[in-house]
Ligand binder design. Structure first.
Ligand code: CA
Length: 229
């Protein structure tokens, strides 16, 4: 079964630095989404779920420091690594107490960045064990063992059904559009004219909703789907 990729949000306005980091991280198997503006970064953070955030300090829109503070308001666990230009005093930066977990001075070697990322992911892994189990009502997903249960009933899902349910669970209570599902679960790897998403939502409903009450997957007509009581 395909491993679920570590998802990283990179907010960096210098194109060269951004593509250097993105390409390097993709090469080692991470999934990277980029924004070149603090506000865009915030929007992405609110809409999607990530395992780690890399923030440049000086950004158009809102600064990396402000963005980090806002991220901390909604998520006090996600690891945040700040990138700072040479000349910025680290002590001064830490004085802002934005809530970042680590700081890296530019310019840096890619190996150094990787070491910091791995350390952050490892450090949060213990705390993340709880996050590796997603729960909604009596529905439970164990991301490590690929176990899905509704109440005491074990449910077998295919890989795509599992990915789709994970995406819905991570966005529970929020409507997700077909385009968002296509991008996040299928990596846009099909012609958008097909109804493959609706087909898979129906597969999923047969398995997690058909024999249970209440039904959890709701259709938002003309928009998409939502996991809701
Ligand atoms: Ca910058």
């Amino acid at each position: 079964m395909e491993e679920i990729k570590i998802r990283i949000l990179l907010v960096e306005d210098e194109p060269k630095v951004s593509s250097f980091i993105k390409l390097g991280l993709e090469e080692v198997g991470y999934w990277v989404e980029t924004a070149d503006d603090g506000n865009v970064g915030k929007q992405l953070f609110d809409r999607r779920s990530y395992d780690l955030v890399i923030l440049d300090v000086m950004l158009p829109g809102i600064s990396g420091i402000e963005l980090c503070k806002q991220i901390r308001k909604s998520d006090d666990k996600i690891p945040v690594l700040m990138l700072t230009a040479l000349g910025t005093s680290l002590d001064k930066l830490k004085g802002f107490d934005a809530g970042a977990d680590d700081y890296l001075l530019k310019p840096f070697e890619f190996g150094e960045l990787m070491a910091r990322i791995k350390a952050l992911l490892k450090r949060t892994k213990a705390g993340e064990k709880a996050l590796r189990v997603l729960k909604f009502m009596d529905l439970e997903m164990h991301l490590d063992s690929y176990e899905v249960k509704r109440g005491e009933t074990r449910i077998e899902l295919s890989q795509k059904e599992f990915g789709l349910l994970e995406y819905l669970m991570r966005n529970k209570g929020k409507v997700v559009t077909r385009a968002e599902i296509a991008e996040n679960v299928w990596n846009n790897a099909f012609d958008s004219g097909t109804n493959i998403i609706d087909v898979y939502v129906n597969f999923l409903r047969k398995k997690i909703d058909k024999d249970f009450e209440p039904k959890l997957i709701k259709t938002q007509v003309g928009v998409g789907y939502i996991l809701k009581e």
